[in-house]
Design a protein around this ligand. Sequence first.
Ligand SMILES: [Zn+2]
Ligand SMILES: [Zn+2]
Length: 60
Amino acid sequence: MGRTCRGICEMHEALPAPNKIRYEIGQKRCTFCGIFMSTCDARCMCCKAVLRTKPRSKKK
Ligand SMILES: [Zn+2]
Ligand SMILES: [Zn+2]
């Protein structure tokens, strides 16, 4: 299945926020489109990729 960024994500792009708190305030990242979105959906409405809801790594 081909994933394509159709530009829809840009219309749903999350408000600017420090990266640190983006996941905390419910923003989700589409790693395919490369942007954060404000959505309650588990998948990107643009490319259908599963959205990331947690930081990639916990470095201490
Ligand atoms: Zn997109
Ligand atoms: Zn996407």
